[in-house]
Design a binder for this molecule. Structure first.
Ligand code: AGP
Length: 576
C-alpha cells in the first residue's frame, strides 16, 4: 500500500431483500438504498456512480423490520454524519433504543440503527471513530459484524465482529472488508479472517486492533479460490453449472491427506460417542454419513440438527466426538452447538468448504470439500462433496480406503452420462407438474436422506410444499394427504429395500398418486421413470440425488422462479 488515500470497500453479500451503499465525498455522506435484489436496486439507482474513495455496502436479509427502503442498510446517526452496515442480530436493541430515543431520532424498525446512534454519542463526547466503534460494540449483545464510516474521519472504514464473520482483503491499491472473501475475490485472494472482538481500520494503512483496542499484527494469507470459479461460465444459472460440476467436485474432494484421514478415522472409532451436527442439506449429507459409518465400519453415531444441538449439552463431554458439517463453515446454529460442545470438552472435527471459516478455525481437525465456491443458494455440488468425504472416512475406518476410492471415482462418469440421458425427461416432468402444490418423496435405507434432500431442493427453489420421508413411515400419517394425481417420487434402486419400497408406492398408487420412479429398471407402477445407473448400494445417493436436483431446478424455471436466489433465503445463515 502506498501512503496516499486508498479506495476501500465494505461489502456484505448475505441476503437479497434490499441493498444500499454509502460513500464519503465532499465532507458528506452520499447514499442510495432500496428494496429488491442487488441488480434491481442497481437498475433503479446509480450505486456505482456514488462519488468518493471510501464506501460501505450491504445486501439485506431481513431479521428485524419489514423489507422496506427505510429498513435497508446503510443506517445513519441523527446528523447523517455516520453510516453503518451490519450483519447479525443486536439482541438488546430494544433496551438500547429505549435509552437512546430520548435524544436521538430513529427512522427504521431495525436492530442495526442503534449502532450509528451509539457511535454518534461517543464521537460527540470526543472519541475517534475507532474508539467510538469499540465502545459501541461493548454495549451490544448478540452477534454482529459491522462497518462504520464518519465524515469527521473521511479516510477510513472501521469494522468489528462478534460471532458473525468478517474477512479483510487487500491488493496493492485497494483494501476490502466483507462477510466472505467471495465478495472481493475478483480483486484479491489475500485475506485475514478477523477473530471475535477484533477490529480493523482501513485507512492509509490497514490496522488490526484486539478487543481492548491495542494494535495486533495479523498476517495475510492466500485463499485458493479463483474469481472465474465464481462466474457462470456460459450457464444461465449458477445452480445448473454447479450440478454439472459434481463429477469433478467428487474427484477434488478425494484429494486428501491420507494421514489426516487415518487420524480422523481412528478418532471416530475410538470415541465413546460420536455426534454429527449440521443444518439443511448438510444434515442430509450427515444422515448418509451415519449410514455409511454403520454399514461400512460398524460404528453407530447420532445426527442432531444444528439448531437443537445445544439442548443436548448435558450429555456431551470429553468422551464425545462432534463432527460438524457445513459448506459455509459459518452457519450460526452449527457454530453455537459446537461452541457449547467445546466448552464441555468434546473433540471437534469438521467438514467444510470455506478455508479459514469460523467452524474450521474452532475445529481440532478439518477436512475441506475442495470444490471451489458454490454461489447458488441451493446446495448441490457441496452436497456430493460432503458425501465424498463421508465415503473417504468410512472406507478408512473399514481399512479399505484404496478400494473405496477406486469405486467412488468409478461413479463419476456414470453421473456424467446421466445428465444427458435424463435432462429432457426431467424438463418435461417439470412442465407436466407445474400446477402441483404438494410433492412427496419416499425411499428406504441409505436413500431416505436423498428423499429428504430432493424435497428440500424442490421447496427452496420452486416454493412448492414437498416432504421427504422413509417409505415405511408414509402409512403412519402422511398417506392421508395423497389424492388423485399427487406426485410421489419413489427412490427405489434395485437393492434389498426394493420390494418393500415398491409396496409402499402401491399404497400411494391405490389412492391415485402420480408415481415418479427413480430406479435402474422400469416398473409397471411408475407413471414416469427416471433411469439411474447401476452402482453398489453404498454409492446410490450420488446417482439418485442428481436427477432430483435437476427436477427441482427445471421445476423452478417452469414456475418462473430464480433458482439461484430463492425468496426469503440466504446462502450462509449467520443468524440464529
Ligand atoms: C441448502 O440448499 C440450503 N440452502 C440450506 O439448507 C443449507 O444447506 C443450510 O443452511 C446449511 O448451510 P451450511 O452447509 O453452509 O452450514
Amino acid at each position: 500500500m502506498s501512503g496516499t488515500v486508498q479506495p476501500h470497500r465494505f461489502w456484505s453479500r448475505r441476503g437479497y431483500d434490499s441493498a444500499g451503499i454509502a460513500t464519503i465525498s465532499g465532507g458528506k455522506i452520499c447514499a442510495e438504498k432500496d428494496v429488491g435484489k442487488l441488480d434491481q436496486v442497481c437498475g433503479k439507482h446509480d450505486l456505482d456512480g456514488l462519488p468518493g474513495n471510501i464506501g460501505i455496502g450491504h445486501v439485506r436479509w431481513a431479521t428485524h423490520g419489514d423489507v422496506t427502503q427505510v429498513n435497508a442498510h446503510p443506517h445513519f446517526d441523527c446528523k447523517r454524519q455516520i453510516a453503518v452496515v451490519h450483519n447479525g442480530i443486536v439482541e438488546n436493541y430494544q433496551e438500547l433504543r429505549t435509552r437512546l430515543e430520548s435524544n436521538h431520532l430513529f427512522v427504521s424498525q431495525t436492530d442495526t440503527e442503534v449502532i450509528p446512534h451509539l457511535i454518534e454519542d461517543y464521537m460527540d463526547a470526543g472519541a475517534s471513530l475507532e474508539e467510538a466503534v469499540l465502545k459501541a460494540s461493548k454495549q451490544l449483545k448478540g452477534c454482529y459484524a459491522f462497518a462504520a464510516v464518519s465524515v469527521k474521519e473521511p479516510d477510513k472504514i472501521v469494522a468489528t465482529r462478534r460471532e458473525s464473520p468478517l474477512v479483510v482483503g487487500a491488493n496493492t491499491h485497494r483494501s476490502f472488508i466483507a462477510s466472505d472473501a467471495l465478495a472481493f475475490l475478483e480483486e484479491t485472494n489475500r485475506v485475514v479472517f478477523l477473530e471475535d472482538g477484533e477490529m480493523v481500520i482501513l485507512g492509509k494503512n490497514i490496522t488490526f486492533l484486539d478487543k481492548d483496542g491495542k494494535p495486533v499484527i495479523r498476517e495475510f494469507k492466500e485463499v485458493d479460490w479463483k474469481w472465474d470459479q465464481a462466474t457462470k461460465q456460459g450457464y444461465d444459472f449458477y445452480m445448473l453449472k454447479e450440478i454439472m460440476e459434481e463429477p469433478q467436485a467428487i474427484k477434488q474432494a478425494t484429494m486428501q491427506d491420507k494421514r489426516l484421514l487415518l487420524e480422523m478415522a481412528i478418532g471416530i472409532l475410538r470415541s465413546k460417542q460420536v455426534v454429527i451436527t449440521a443444518c439443511g442439506t448438510s444434515r442430509y449429507a450427515a444422515l448418509v454419513g451415519r449410514y455409511l459409518f454403520s454399514r461400512l465400519a460398524g460404528q453407530f453415531c447420532d445426527v442432531i440438527m444444528g439448531s437443537e444441538f445445544q439442548y443436548f449439552s448435558d450429555s456431551i463431554d470429553k468422551n464425545t466426538l462432534v463432527i460438524a458439517v457445513s459448506q459455509s463453515g459459518e452457519t450460526a446454529d452449527v457454530i453455537q452447538g459446537v461452541k457449547r460442545a467445546k466448552e464441555n470438552g468434546a473433540t471437534i472435527y469438521s467438514l467444510v468448504n470455506t478455508v479459514g471459516s469460523s467452524l474450521a478455525r474452532m475445529s481440532d481437525r478439518v477436512l475441506y470439500l475442495n470444490c471451489g465456491p458454490e454461489i447458488g443458494v441451493a446446495a448441490t455440488k457441496t452436497f456430493v462433496s460432503q458425501l465424498a468425504l463421508f465415503y473417504l472416512l468410512s472406507f478408512t475406518m473399514a481399512n479399505k480406503l484404496d478400494d473405496g476410492l477406486e469405486q467412488l471415482l468409478d461413479v463419476c462418469p456414470k453421473i456424467e452420462r446421466g445428465f444427458g440421458k435424463n435432462s429432457k425427461k426431467l424438463q418435461g416432468l417439470a412442465q407436466q407438474t407445474r400446477d402441483k402444490h404438494d410433492f412427496y418423496y419416499i425411499a428406504r435405507g441409505i436413500n431416505f436422506a436423498i428423499a429428504a434432500e430432493g424435497a428440500l431442493k424442490m421447496k427452496e427453489i420452486s416454493y412448492v410444499h414437498a416432504e421427504g420421508m422413509p417409505a415405511g413411515e408414509l402409512k403412519h400419517g402422511t398417506l392421508a394427504l395423497i389424492e388423485k394425481n399427487t406426485p410421489v417420487v419413489v427412490i427405489c434402486p434395485k437393492d434389498y429395500t426394493y420390494e418393500e419400497t415398491i409396496a409402499n408406492a402401491h399404497e400411494t398408487k391405490a389412492r391415485g398418486a402420480f408415481v415418479i420412479g427413480v430406479s435402474e429398471e422400469m416398473n409397471p407402477i411408475f407413471d414416469e421413470w427416471i433411469e439411474i445407473p447401476e452402482v453398489d448400494e453404498v454409492f446410490q445417493p450420488l446417482v439418485t440425488v442428481v436427477p432430483l436436483q435437476l427436477l427441482a431446478y427445471y421445476s423452478a424455471l417452469a414456475r418462473g422462479r430464480d433458482p439461484d436466489k430463492p425468496r426469503n433465503l440466504a446462502k450462509s445463515v449467520t443468524v440464529k
